[in-house]
Design a protein around this ligand. Structure first.
Ligand code: OKP
Ligand code: ZN
Length: 343
């Protein structure tokens, strides 16, 4: 399958992140994407191509217009007051405060950020747009007849909601791609999120919609980021009642437990009978992941790919997390090769 990759991902780059009260070596780094790209080439998975540029239409079909305007202008307004330093939020609106416009850049940042993991830098907007373009180019390839495509998105997207960003994410690449499939004529689309962390942004965006099924297998939010969302009793609302499935697993879950949850998720997708599938592909389920607590081994990933392939759906993979630098390329390629071999 083809891989869509943009060099612009490197515009989002920090050396350190705030973790447990101090600054530690950053986990979400440009090298992640470079290693995945190198592994794809080494394995001969298929050609690696640059994305086509898309206008803001598909982004605005998913995200709030004021939020998008904010992200686009955030660096400029922040640096006008603060100088050229990374924009980190350090305050958030109290509950029951009104959504009145703010003029100070720090206040505006706190309105849209949900945590401190996603600083806005000079190139953040361009990097986030390029990641979206990777997903949308993958959609276009599939609509042109490719059975599958791999959007090597970075920064990731699944924690970004309609009007908020965080968890290393700014724009929700997978949700934008799923909506694009809908806009181009698919009646029903499923999003399967196999990143270790719950895809809260994606769930939230489609929560009241019956045309997009969201399924996520992830670390139980009782123990794990994003903590406030991702529980099994969140099933959707309104038209979307019954079209959200959360399959949380406890710390220490091994592949046997993981496979059971994934099997249940895939059965739900089959029953939904979607026309297209988007997979939020994180490999932070790996035993060696430095911020996660599942116990999958590199040899397990081909089977996950094969299980997804058995759905027989046109499938877009969109890269999310995975922080075990030494194994990220191998794990991603294993999964995609398992998919290809079983298709
Ligand atoms: C992004 B993705 C570790 C604490 C967790 C945010 C995790 C975001 C994960 N520094 N911080 O889903 O892989
Ligand atoms: Zn993750």
């Amino acid at each position: 399958m083809k891989t869509i990759f943009s060099e612009k991902h490197a515009l989002q780059s920090v050396e350190r992140e705030f973790y447990r009260g101090g600054w530690v070596e950053a986990f979400e780094i440009p090298r992640r994407a470079e290693l995945v790209r190198a592994a794809v080439t080494r394995a001969g998975l298929g050609p690696v191509m640059a994305p086509e540029p898309f206008d803001l239409g598909p982004v605005l079909a998913v995200h709030d217009a004021a939020f998008v305007r904010f992200l686009e202008g955030a660096w400029e307004s922040w640096t006008a007051e603060m100088g050229p330093i990374p924009a980190y939020p350090n305050l958030w609106p109290p509950r029951r405060s009104r959504s009145i416009p703010t003029v100070r850049p720090g206040a505006e940042l706190g309105r849209y950020a949900v945590d401190m993991s996603s600083p806005i830098l000079a190139g953040t907007w361009e990097a986030a747009r390029a990641a979206v373009d990777c997903g949308l180019t993958g959609v276009a390839l599939i609509e042109a007849g490719e059975p599958a495509a791999f959007a090597l998105c970075r920064p990731p997207g699944h924690h970004a909601g309609r009007d908020y960003f965080g968890g290393y994410c700014f724009l929700n690449n997978a949700a934008i791609a799923a909506q694009q499939f809908r806009s181009l004529g698919a009646a029903r689309v499923a999003v399967l999120d196999i990143d270790y962390h719950h895809g809260n942004g994606t769930q939230d965006i489609f929560y009241d919609r019956g045309d997009v099924l969201t399924v996520s297998v992830h670390g139980d939010p009782v123990q794990e980021y994003p903590y406030y969302i991702g529980f099994a009793d969140e099933t959707g609302e309104g038209d979307g009642e019954g079209t959200n499935l959360n399959l949380p697993l406890p710390w220490g879950a091994d592949f046997a437990a993981y496979r059971r949850a994934l099997t249940e998720g895939l059965a739900r997708i089959r029953a939904f009978a979607p026309d297209r599938l988007v997979v939020s592909l994180g490999v932070d389920t790996f035993a060696g992941d430095p911020i996660s607590h599942f116990r999958l081994e590199s040899g397990d990933y081909p089977q996950i790919g094969a299980m997804i392939a058995a759905l027989g759906l046109p499938t877009l993979f969109a890269m999310e997390g995975g922080y075990a630098i030494e194994a990220i390329g191998e794990n991603v390629v294993h999964l995609l090769e398992g998919f290809e071999a079983a298709r």
